[in-house]
Design a protein around this ligand. Structure first.
Ligand SMILES: Cc1cc2nc3c(=O)[nH]c(=O)nc-3n(C[C@H](O)[C@H](O)[C@H](O)COP(=O)(O)O)c2cc1C
Length: 200
């Protein structure tokens, strides 16, 4: 598919999906896709991206960790929610943890380091799509759990921007209507801007 679309078509046709089946990208193809993440703008060359790939037989144990983290972070979470979460993490073709290696002591504000990881995640989602794969970025209070973060090589002060669910999109996906660009852009002419998206 990548050969039949311009780069702009690729960007304009990306959509998230967690309806993912085998196979996920592997080996050099996965390394290439993650390399797109390292193309994100990165103020101060902080290189905050840390990708952990969770796949195959290790998904089950990782799903256990996620549900344990949920138990600590959301003690009132219903059992059904935990079971569902476990099932999702144990059955996704592949999961990529979006680690943020943060340096709060330096000159670059932590938010900028975090934004570099977010920009990298977007590049990875686009690269997945360009290569014929699919993905979806998910988070939850469990992403703050220190035990989970330690297992991902992210002790304090490092954090987690969430996870990418990764695989091959299941066949049909209905194109969702997207917002109109004219509601979200303006041309500054000296007066204060009101965006159409916010008017009325
Ligand atoms: C930081 C971040 C966290 C997200 N967490 C979740 C999540 O936990 N669950 C969820 O259903 N969608 C989550 N989303 C939204 C989906 O990734 C996705 O953007 C959304 O389903 C809309 O699809 P689209 O990307 O095709 O517009 C998150 C998005 C971002 C940027």
């Amino acid at each position: 598919m990548a050969h039949h679309h311009s780069p702009l078509d690729v960007l304009l046709s990306r959509a998230s999906t967690d309806h993912l089946v085998e196979p996920p990208p592997k080996g050099d193809e996965l390394r290439t896709i993650l390399s797109a993440g390292l193309r994100a703008p990165d103020h101060g060359k902080m290189r905050p991206w840390r990708y952990t790939v969770i796949k195959g037989k290790h998904r089950e144990a990782f799903a256990d960790l996620v549900v344990e983290a949920m138990g600590r972070q959301e003690p009132d979470a219903p059992e059904a929610k935990k079971t569902k979460r476990h099932h999702r993490f144990a059955n996704m073709p592949m999961i990529i943890a979006l680690g943020m290696h943060l340096q709060p002591e330096g000159k670059i504000p932590v938010i900028e380091q975090e934004m570099a990881v977010a920009a990298g995640a977007m590049n990875v989602l686009n690269a997945l799509h360009a290569a014929g794969f699919g993905g979806m970025w998910v988070t939850g209070p469990f992403c703050e759990d220190r035990v989970l973060l330690e297992s991902l090589g992210l002790p304090e002060p490092h954090r987690l921007a969430g996870f990418l669910f990764v695989g091959t999109p299941a066949k049909h996906s209905d194109e969702r209507k997207r917002p109109e660009i004219d509601d979200y852009m303006a041309v500054w002419k000296g007066d204060a801007i009101t965006f159409a998206a916010d008017a009325g």
